[in-house]
Ligand binder design. Structure first.
Ligand code: HEC
Ligand code: HEC
Ligand code: HEC
Ligand code: HEC
Ligand code: HEC
Ligand code: HEC
Ligand code: HEC
Length: 403
């Protein structure tokens, strides 16, 4: 492998903050001085903060603390068996969690859990080595409440050498880069690592935070702090002023799959911009492709008649961007019926259900859960492969009973 130099170049030195007294207390966001950080939004937007902070978006990546980790570390539930000589055990040692590989009863390798990805259905982990992150071979899956192979990993040979590149972070975090900022009592220094692919721990902002979706908001904060009586938002892009395509693009940045040719990093995207500046193809074109239920909600939705034939439908028609998807399927029925008051099902369709049952279950029949073709995993001890199922966003008519 090519030898890489660990050289740190000081690119911009010292923005002198001569008129600021309490410099070391001031929050410095790794994305730059035009960002305020989510903590700074609470004082004026408590409602949005309280719901968003507990949402999957904020937990799309997280530090691998005992609090955040979902899988088991205690006897019986913490072992993945590859074969009679090889097993991987999840262990806690001095407050750090590890995946420990045993060969013939002897410890062969141990790698720490450092970064977590995912929270709703599954959780994959990574560790740092030099300036790169690597995926751990075993992940946790809620559907089986247990550990199993990470997606695409072998159940025969544990592999600890697969890199997690910036792409994963671009959809699961708010920042990671090779440029970071340090502060001393009176200056801010920007440091840039020599090699562009390097990642600096210091630049990582876990989860999808307020400014990942709303863009840099430091000026917005400063203006409203200075003029507390201002009721009209200043220096921020309001979604209510965006058109349908712009709103869709702000979600499709991460919810339209990962197979498009990219022109720019997803991290650069700001609300109001067009994804055609980021990808060679506009995502979500309703062609004949079978989009996967994992990660491509827009592709699937755009193949539905509901989406194509109504001029207004976007993700916010059914989702509050500050909250997780509602688990209450009946709540979606109300949304369906706001456009489908007149629907008359055939007698054969309604014969088994009462009217109220039918009304609560639009989603069960028209957006059924389907198995992902991209993700499946193997359980310990050569148990059969298990599928990963998510609700499809291709709203349509499905044969009864087919899940
Ligand atoms: C000092 C008070 C204050 C702080 C701090 C603040 N905001 Fe605001 N914000 C406002 C006011 C006032 C409005 C206009 C009324 C409203 O929509 O709530 C607003 C509106 C908004 C809007 C809606 C814009 C629109 O036109 O629809 C967004 C988005 C927003 N703020 C994001 C943020 C983010 C992100 C942060 C933290 C980085 C933040 N705000 C911090 C006062 C503040
Ligand atoms: C996943 C992207 C996303 C995240 C994360 C996010 N927002 Fe929003 N926010 C939106 C969208 C989209 C809208 C417009 C909602 C609509 O039009 O129905 C919005 C609307 C708002 C508004 C206008 C009032 C309202 O509730 O509609 C404020 C204020 C706001 N967000 C603040 C915040 C703050 C503060 C945070 C962090 C705690 C945050 N947002 C996190 C996407 C996001
Ligand atoms: C920066 C990438 C990114 C953007 C932008 C983004 N999302 Fe997400 N979203 C994710 C990731 C990653 C997850 C999976 C989080 C997890 O479970 O760990 C997710 C999860 C979700 C979920 C499921 C949450 C749950 O637990 O039920 C919904 C619904 C959702 N996003 C809607 C939206 C909408 C609507 C927008 C646009 C306003 C949006 N997202 C913008 C990356 C993004
Ligand atoms: C194009 C954006 C994108 C990229 C790139 C991406 N993800 Fe995701 N990921 C998502 C979205 C959106 C979801 C949640 C919705 C879904 O599964 O459809 C998700 C879900 C997950 C989940 C399950 C979380 C849950 O509980 O729903 C894990 C774990 C995960 N991703 C890890 C990774 C890793 C590791 C990488 C890099 C190898 C990666 N992702 C790359 C967008 C992305
Ligand atoms: C914003 C309005 C709107 C919403 C919300 C909406 N739809 Fe639709 N839907 C439409 C339109 C318009 C059509 C096309 C009707 C036509 O072609 O005559 C349609 C078509 C359909 C069809 C026929 C599909 C086919 O392929 O023939 C089904 C089934 C359907 N919708 C179910 C639902 C369900 C279930 C929901 C809720 C999860 C829903 N719709 C939400 C507007 C909407
Ligand atoms: C017509 C209503 C509707 C629209 C429009 C819609 N969704 Fe959903 N979404 C749902 C329903 C219903 C669920 C499933 C909730 C459940 O099963 O708990 C869901 C779940 C999700 C999930 C979690 C998937 C899972 O199985 O855990 C994500 C992510 C998501 N939606 C993203 C989006 C994005 C991004 C858009 C816009 C491209 C969008 N949705 C538009 C109705 C909708
Ligand atoms: C038990 C499963 C089931 C449930 C629950 C269900 N549907 Fe359907 N739906 C079907 C089937 C099957 C068809 C096609 C045969 C028919 O029209 O009865 C259909 C057809 C439709 C159509 C197309 C009708 C047309 O004239 O082309 C729409 C729109 C629709 N459903 C909307 C809804 C809405 C809205 C709800 C919730 C209020 C709902 N459905 C609940 C199974 C279901």
């Amino acid at each position: 492998m090519k030898k890489i130099r660990f050289l740190f170049a000081i690119v911009v030195l010292a923005v002198l903050l001569t008129n600021c007294t309490n410099k070391s207390d001031e929050y410095i966001d790794p994305r730059g001085t035009d960002y305020a950080g989510s903590e700074n939004c609470i004082q004026c937007h408590q409602t949005q903060y309280e719901s968003a902070f507990h949402s999957s978006h904020f937990k799309a990546s997280a530090p691998a603390t005992k609090e955040n980790i979902l899988g088991h570390f205690t006897n019986g539930k913490n072992t993945f068996v590859y074969d009679k000589n090889t097993k991987l055990v999840m262990e806690e040692r001095n407050d750090t969690l590890y995946q420990v590989l045993y060969k013939n009863g002897k410890e062969a390798k141990a790698y720490p859990f450092e970064i977590l990805f995912g929270t709703k259905h599954a959780q994959t982990s990574a560790y740092w080595k030099n300036h790169f992150t690597y995926e751990l071979p075993i992940s946790y899956y809620k559907s089986i409440n247990s550990w199993a192979t990470s997606p695409g990993y072998s159940a025969v040979n544990p592999n600890f050498e697969r890199k997690i590149d910036k792409e994963c972070f671009a959809c699961h975090s708010s920042n990671i880069g090779s440029r970071y900022i340090t502060t001393s009592s009176d200056s801010i220094t920007f440091m840039t690592m020599e090699v562009e692919e390097f990642m600096s721990k210091k630049t990582l902002i876990y989860g999808i935070d307020c400014e990942r979706c709303h863009g840099p908001a430091k000026k917005h904060v400063q203006t409203h702090l200075k003029f507390p009586d201002l009721k009209i938002a200043q220096n921020i892009t309001g979604f209510k002023n965006l058109n349908r395509q712009q709103k869709i693009d702000a979600c499709a940045l991460c919810h339209s799959g990962n197979d498009k040719m990219k022109l720019k990093s997803r991290f650069q995207f700001r609300p109001g911009e067009s994804l055609t500046d980021y990808f060679r193809e506009r995502p979500g074109t309703p062609d004949t492709l079978n989009y996967d239920v994992h990660g491509n909600q827009l592709g699937l939705l755009s193949q539905s008649k509901c989406f194509r034939k109504s001029p207004t439908m976007d993700c916010m028609s059914c989702h509050n961007p500050h909250q997780d998807a509602s688990q209450n399927l009946a709540s979606y029925s109300k949304i369906c019926m706001s456009c489908h008051q007149q629907t008359k099902h055939k007698a054969t369709t309604i014969k088994t259900l009462s009217k109220s049952m039918l009304e609560n279950k639009c989603v069960e029949c028209h957006m059924p859960k389907q198995d992902s073709k991209a993700i499946h995993f193997q359980q310990s001890n050569k148990a059969p492969i298990t599928s990963y199922s998510l609700r499809t966003h291709k709203i349509g008519i499905y044969p009864p009973g087919k899940k």
